[in-house]
Design a protein around this ligand. Sequence first.
Ligand code: AMP
Ligand code: MG
Length: 421
Amino acid sequence: MRMVERRKPLPVQDAIDKVMQLSFESETEIVTLRESDGRYLGVDLKSDHDVPPFDRSPYDGFAIRAEDTGEANQENPVRFKVIEEIGAGTVAKKTLHRGEAIRIMTGAPIPNGATAVIMFELVREEVSDNTSYIYIKRKVKEGENISKQGEDAPRGKVLVERGALVTPGVKALLATFGYGEVPVVKKPEVGLFATGTELLDPSDDLEPGKIRNSNSPMIEGQIKAAGAKPKYYGVLEDDFEKCFSSVKHALDHVDILITTGGVSVGDYDYMPRIYEKLGATVLFNKVGMRPGSVTTVAEWNGKILFGLSGNPSACFVGFELFVRPILKRALYSKTPYRLKSKALLQKDFPKPNPYTRFVRSKTEEVEGRIHVSPTGLDKSGSVTSLVEANALTVLPGGTRGFKAGDVVDILHLREEGSSHP
Ligand code: AMP
Ligand code: MG
């Protein structure tokens, strides 16, 4: 008689915490500023000089001494002699004295002696005897139209912290501080196998009894979206020896290995025996969740093995809950978890479920509140329900069902953020 192994389910939070207790770190590498988009900063970005580095003009106009405008008004304009002209990138040679002005362009340093800038639009110019004069009809305040050195960022301040996503704005700042080359966190490499004799490649024609491998492309996408690098090793047929040697071999090359399928209790589910033969420490092999209760995580020689369910929805959820946070943390993210918020359930789930359910869902904002509804067939084998899902509705296990109108937790899939589920 064959005995089906009894596994004790671990609550989802405990399972996530067990994974997060494992150590997994990433190194820093240097890329060019051009290649740095979408990467995560490997160091704090600290200002090593003031921004702007000198007092400068924010407008095209004339640099003057504010006090020389005296009591200037419409009836009594004050005349200034224009003694020099400077564009951005040049420094005035002369120092301003009483009654003098220097024609100055946006971005040029404020000349010595100048205490204000007046825009072109506010002066009248006049040339006589080859000398240029301007007339100012209002009182100008000291410091008017001067962008002060360091007003944008003082020297010595951490402006962007390690782990921040390199956005176009961050790139501008990196360039400002001379980072032609940028230390970024090395993308963790994540090995990936699909298991299942029934699996065909996406470009294969269908055959009786077979399906195309949809998990690997999906997980590759999830790995990339998390900021890591997938290393796809292909499909393994359900053959113990072949699976064992392929997994063992791959573990020489990656620190994290994901397999999909073969973690359940079926006749050809070889992953549990593979962990056993490896001598891996199984952290858990059953989680109190649906889908994905068979999700298994094991550790071997400092490497982490994620055995995700083969069922597409379960596989997706397993990655989001257990793999993504540890990758995010390795990338120094301060927000490794999916953002949690409250939403109004739009559908009844009358049947009580002992396990916490993660329902692939979509959200809609109605009068400032988030409404959430399932995206399709709520079965772990469903692949279509993943398409529109931008959230997971979290329905805690227990003795009651849920009704439309109930306030429930959701985990946002497309927004940055962090809440421990
Ligand atoms: P398993 O976890 O191996 O028992 O697989 C559970 C279900 O998921 C079965 O119906 C498999 O055919 C299906 N499945 C397993 N791997 C994949 C995959 N890579 N792509 C799509 N479906 C899969
Ligand atoms: Mg299988």
